[in-house]
Design a protein around this ligand. Structure first.
Ligand SMILES: C[S@@+](CC[C@H](N)C(=O)[O-])C[C@H]1O[C@@H](n2cnc3c(N)ncnc32)[C@H](O)[C@@H]1O
Length: 189
């Protein structure tokens, strides 16, 4: 079940989801590789064969590359914005977007509502049947609040019946809690 740590929750949700997926050649996307923790998690999933990752900071790409160097998976990282995702791949089985800034880096370099929204729209279009996308938003800073609101509005009015959108956050906290969106694409028979 859920814990206070929202990243843990995102990982658990993906792990649980995969228990119902009977495929071993999954393509995963890390839309914001940052320090490489989500990338490492994706690489640890048995059913994942190939992972593509994006970040606009060289520091993040280098750190993530080092963190996953011993993972026995095909991983490609690009110093590019995630909203160009459709130029790199044609399908996504698992996606993770952990938005905001690099916790150990320059906190003025943050994801922006406009490009994040575009990246999310494109990733949803690339989601395979039974695919899953998690998006962590942080409302505790100005751009993060705007980003959360725009993503929330977009996903709340997403009326494709094959897509289900869920939202998880911790209510009893004095700090602004990250808000986790989970998007699941149905399996069509
Ligand atoms: C919260 S961190 C990601 C944490 C990471 N997933 C991890 O496990 O360590 C957010 C990252 O998004 C990156 N970023 C900002 N704008 C971006 C964009 N347009 N495309 C891709 N990455 C972006 C930042 O450079 C930062 O490294």
């Amino acid at each position: 079940m859920f814990e206070r740590n929202m990243t843990y929750n995102a990982h658990q949700i993906i792990k649980n989801h995969l228990q119902n997926i009977n495929k071993n050649d999954l393509v995963a996307v890390d839309g914001t590789v940052g320090n490489g923790f989500d990338l490492f998690f994706l690489a640890s999933l048995k059913q994942v064969e190939y992972i593509i990752g994006f970040d606009i900071q060289q520091e993040a790409i280098s750190t993530s590359c080092k963190r996953t160097k011993d993972c026995n998976k095909q991983i490609e990282l690009f110093l590019d914005s995630h909203h160009h995702i459709d130029q790199y791949i044609k399908k996504v089985d698992i996606g993770m977007f952990n938005l905001g800034y690099l916790p150990t880096g320059d906190k003025t370099i943050v994801t922006c509502a406009k490009t994040s929204l575009l990246a999310i729209q494109k990733t949803i279009e690339l989601l395979t049947d039974g695919g899953i996308l998690t998006i962590m938003t942080y409302s505790g800073h100005e751009e993060g609040y705007k980003e959360y609101q725009e993503i929330d509005k977009y996903l709340s009015h997403f009326y494709d019946r094959s897509i289900n959108v869920f939202n998880l956050s911790l209510k009893n906290t004095h700090k602004e809690c990250p808000s986790l969106f989970v998007i699941k694409k149905s399996i069509t028979k």
